[in-house]
Design a binder for this molecule. Sequence first.
Ligand code: WTA
Length: 630
Amino acid sequence: MSENFDVKLDNKSHLPEYSYIDNTWMGRYEPAYRRFLDDPERFWSEIAHELDWIKPWDKVLEWNHPYAKWFTGAKLNITCNCLDRHVLGDRRNKVALIWRAENDLEERVMTYRQLHTQVMRFANALKNLGVKKGDKVCLYMPFVPEHVVAILGCARIGAVHTIVYGGFGADALNSRIRDSKAKIVITADVSYRRGKAIMLKSIVDEAITNAPSVEKVIVLRRSNLNVELIQEKEVDFYEIMEQAENYCEPEEMDSEDPLFILYTSGTTGTPKGVVHTCGGYMVGTYYTTKYVFDMRDTDVHWCTADPGWITGHSYIVYGPLATGATVLISETVPDYPDPGIWWKIIEDIGVTIFYTAPTSIRMFMKYGEEWAKKYNLDSLRVLGSVGEPLNPEAFEWYYRNIGKSKCPIIDTWWQTETGMHMIATLVGEKMKPGFAGKPIPGIIADVVDKDGNPVEPGIGGILVIKTPWPSMMRTIHNNDERYRQYWSGAGGYYTAGDLAVKDEEGYIMIIGRADDVIIVAGHNIGTAEVESALVAQEPVAEAAVIGKPDVLKGQSIKAFVTLRVGYEPGEQLKNDLIYNVRMSLGPIAMPSEIEFVDTLPKTRSGKIMRRVLKAKEMGLDPGDISTLDE
Ligand code: WTA
């Protein structure tokens, strides 16, 4: 897609009756934004002062394009803000976590005091295994309370966690373990999805066969399957906890020490290990949880993501716990045991803030509003959306059927790389279906041409962030060159890889990705990873993968494949290729369609032109094809 194009703007807007709009933490959008512009460093330092630091900072920001250091010289431990601060204050016996099992038959509740103790014990258990500050620990776990304990346990001792979503397959897990050089892998015997058990441990067994960095595997045995553990290498989650001390001194972390690495799909080769650091990430996620969601002490927060994605890191774990919220966590999917399950949970628990993805909302639309009508959703007061554009039809459905036309819909645009919300419609501000909203106070975003000049409202362009923010990624693990590329296009601003358009009032609509990342049901899938999983199979000579619009998933994956001599196209081969991608990368990266072709369109330098395939597939003009090799 070229960066300049016209977009039809629909100016339908909503203003909900919302009684406390002037009463949010920082007040209305305009004055808060002006306060930020007047003195950005003061703005961020006032927020940071609400949190506990072992030692305060010397400077709020050191900016040496494209490298930022935030709260330099400060010392902290993020778990002190997520746990100790509440336990020592007046939230000791407040519920921190409520967990619902996938089959909805089991519930577990943990107070801040209990979570604190579990985290410290687990942290000590890691220490007993020889884990030290800076060591990498890979988590490949089902979404159970122990997952949160393991995350915070790492942070307590300064181990860098790298979480891999439990839906990924062995090869995807292997490449992430190898890139991060993880010393420990934490997993479980099984995770459950739609009533089926997924044998996580056996996927780990396969993934670590050629990953020499791994010294120990910690296994949470949650079912009664009595999974055998290999002596020396494998240890039981609760056994090592039982042997550990109750109290664990928080490791003193520098503001700029890494907190975690999270892999996100890239356009080329291996996935990118996005590195986030302690101080800035803590401030950014605390601030946005509190302000963007209007989080209050009485709120029950439910973000339906998985901890394996950035949304889970920032808005299940770190942000909400830093604010001292009660956090609902659940292993459930939207339609199992039936499509009313999420509404039932909201009614049971009394969820007040609900944060989900457009793909789930579209799935609910398909099943019809009767499911939601069966339950009392009066407790809800704020609804959020993330992951891909919330199309106006889905917005309307969500607004009427779930929010009963009284809850604001907070669309939030951000990325693994940004760590926190960047563009959003804040509680109490005018909502425009189809638009994510405006840059939040603290963020300067714009839509520009390839030289970085702002484009007129109504004209599409490149979405950029112009100035640094506390929770920005600091580098790409093992690939700083790739990090610098984010800040090297469009006039040296941070380019997000998204195309967008602005309207007269400054609201930003996200059009889609400018690169080869496909967003399937809210999950970023890199074309490169799927293509290599195809090419790794004997019959395949070459493969090119594109995203196709899909009513439910937003996009689905279509692969074009050329075969080696001696192989014939056929249904069986198609199924085999799809099955093997599923085994290697996991169900989320599985193509839903394969087309056998004789050749793939390429540039003269041999790069596959996915854009040409995509245009042809959709009956569109392929645009500039001057570089296409005849
Ligand atoms: C897309 C998820 C439109 C976008 C937090 C971005 C969105 C990518 C929105 C990052 C939104 C995320 N509206 N598009 N509200 N939120 N995206 O790293 O293309 O998994 O660049 O982070 O998702 O995906 P990631």
